[in-house]
Design a protein around this ligand. Structure first.
Ligand code: IMP
Length: 192
């Protein structure tokens, strides 16, 4: 066993242990970088000279946003909103609390940056909140999409998706388990 960032790593399988749960490698940093370059190209093409407003959903989307923004080659601005995380539950329990907006987005072309869309409750709540300030448009880019986890009454589809994944719990690249694992450069999946 070796240690990395306070977590135990099994050197044979590169599994990581977080708060007693084992995770194995799932999506490498190289694959993430390739998809982010593609998303950056698409957004650059779609929003050329529209000065889009990127709204980063904290905290999980921080690392995704940092990389995606550097792949976008058109003028843009940036704001952040905060939504609650799962904590140690590994599942969404209820309608997420979204903090009040402290910026004006009227007339803007907004792109929400979300780490992962699961039940769809968080992105739906944030979209509703943003639509209240009369933007020109609201779309979303999600690094990961779990369409199989969507609430039955919620047909939300992100406009830009890096990876579509099964209904499994993942950590790394900003995504946490009980606030741990965000610093991992690759994405790991819970071992069943
Ligand atoms: P939703 O509201 O159920 O769509 O959940 C969205 C939020 O839950 C994401 O922004 C994440 O913070 C968290 N989340 C959902 N799935 C995962 C996961 O597999 N790992 C870590 N966090 C997750």
């Amino acid at each position: 066993m070796e240690r990395a960032g306070g977590r135990q790593l099994n050197s044979e399988s590169q599994r990581v242990e977080i708060n007693g749960k084992l995770f194995r490698p799932f999506i490498s940093r190289d694959r993430i970088a390739t998809e982010i370059a593609r998303l950056g190209d698409e957004i650059t093409r779609d929003y050329n000279q529209k000065n889009p407003l990127f709204v980063v959903v904290l905290k999980g989307s921080l690392i995704f946003a940092a990389d995606l923004l550097r792949a976008v080659r058109t003028p843009c601005t940036l704001e952040c909103m905060r939504a609650q995380s799962y904590g140690a539950a590994m599942t969404s329990q209820r309608t997420p609390e979204v903090e009040a907006m402290e910026f004006d987005c009227s007339g803007r072309d907004i792109i929400i940056l979300e780490d992962i869309v699961d039940t769809g409750r968080t992105i739906s709540a944030i979209t509703r909140r943003l639509q209240a300030c009369s933007p020109n448009s609201v779309r979303a880019a999600a690094l990961l999409d779990k369409p199989g986890a969507r609430d039955p009454h919620n047909a939300y589809r992100p406009d830009y998706v890096g990876f579509e994944v099964e209904n499994d719990f993942v950590v790394g690249y900003g995504l946490d388990f009980d606030e741990q694992g965000r610093q991992l450069a690759d994405i790991y999946i819970l071992e069943t």
